[in-house]
Design a protein around this ligand. Sequence first.
Ligand code: BES
Ligand code: MN
Ligand code: MN
Length: 456
Amino acid sequence: MSAFTPIDRYLENNRQSHLEQLFELLRIPSISADSTKKGEMEAAAQWVANRLQSAGLKTELIPGDGPALVYAETPPVPGKPVVLVYGHYDVQPADPLDLWKSPPFEPVLRDGNIVARGSTDDKGQMLTHVLSVLAWHEAGMPLPLQVKFLIEGQEEMGSEVLEAKLPEIAKKLACDVIVISDSSQYAKGQPAITYGLRGIAYFELRVHGPKADLHSGSFGGAVTNPGLALARILTDIKTPDGRIQLPGFYDSVVSLEESEREMWRSLGFSDAKFAEALGVSALTGEEGFSTLERRWARPTFDVHGLLGGYQGEGSKTVIPSWTGAKISFRLVPNQDPKTVGKQLREFIASHTPPGVRVEVIDLHGGRGVVVNPNSHFMKGAVHAVEEGFGVKPVLIREGGSIPIVAQMVDALECDVLLIGWGLDDDGAHSPNEKFCLEDFYRGIRASSRLWHHLAQ
Ligand code: BES
Ligand code: MN
Ligand code: MN
């Protein structure tokens, strides 16, 4: 009998109840980007708070100008490190709705997966830590260190409330290490610890032309078309071989270590399988870098949406008065989103064709993160993940962003552990988002071991 037997027994006996709890949370459509969902945001925050409260934690809702922050803590344990679990209860919008095989907020089990918006990102992953603390509590075992929780409701749209509140609540959040499960394993059956995330700088461009839409027969050829002007600007930003043209963009980019490149090569990544899984006929990107390097450790530029002009049925001969684009740059350490904003404005000033005006609107941003892969906490996490998943984790970086993390690390002067239980093909932000049921349970088990190993 191991010291964990009471916890394991509790986890074994409560598999069904844990799944039902996750289903309850998944039924709340807490879409932070949707201003008509304020009530649902409150309901989700309250649900998380209630769960933490009933796991014996001192819990509060921290109100702000937007969805509340959920904060909770277990009692301090003198002489032991303090852990802060960060996660988010908000989800991305569910559309396009017609591509879902079952309604996004009516969770179901299909082919061994929990299918619902937020299942992997991040309700299912976040809940593993709540349930593991509950397991210690219910097994009558005092936690070997203090665990704090900060679960926010705006991760998917820029963390404004948390950013504003951070200076004020930094003392409350004081910790040695932040633990986050909001990323992926390397592959099915191969868990990972992530030691880097990219940052992001997100903008909307508006190209303003004539004061009203114009008949393209009468006026075409005599004025700059805002659609073409936008296309030209966008394609000028990144060359076909993947280099971003903003002045000074690469100045602060930290180059990859040879040892890192070597380590990633040994992961045996297959470009062919990857392309097939995505349904593309070729992979493209910055010359001189492998696919993993491009995704994890090199900056890039993407267009997310194009606005303006005629979008209806059939044809309409018009020169649109304006067009627009939602764009972002993924950043790597040590790039700064504010600097990128300046560089973008400078670039656009010198690339705007005559006859149109371009407006650059800042939406949100955050710096990237790199974690010391040799820290003492990292070693604890390796043990915990191995015990939860039965396989030793590999070290990876990820291309996604959790924009507030860099600021939290600075404000709290702490370490961070990124231990994701998701999979690359979970369809986060996409229709039919899923989370592997067994990974939910393995995640809870790994988390239950984590408190022990981080206390060593
Ligand atoms: N959980 C993701 C971040 C993530 C994705 C980490 C993939 C590792 C791998 C998070 O919820 C997310 O979607 N972040 C956004 C941030 C943006 C909306 C500000 C992202 O990366 O696009
Ligand atoms: Mn997430
Ligand atoms: Mn997300």
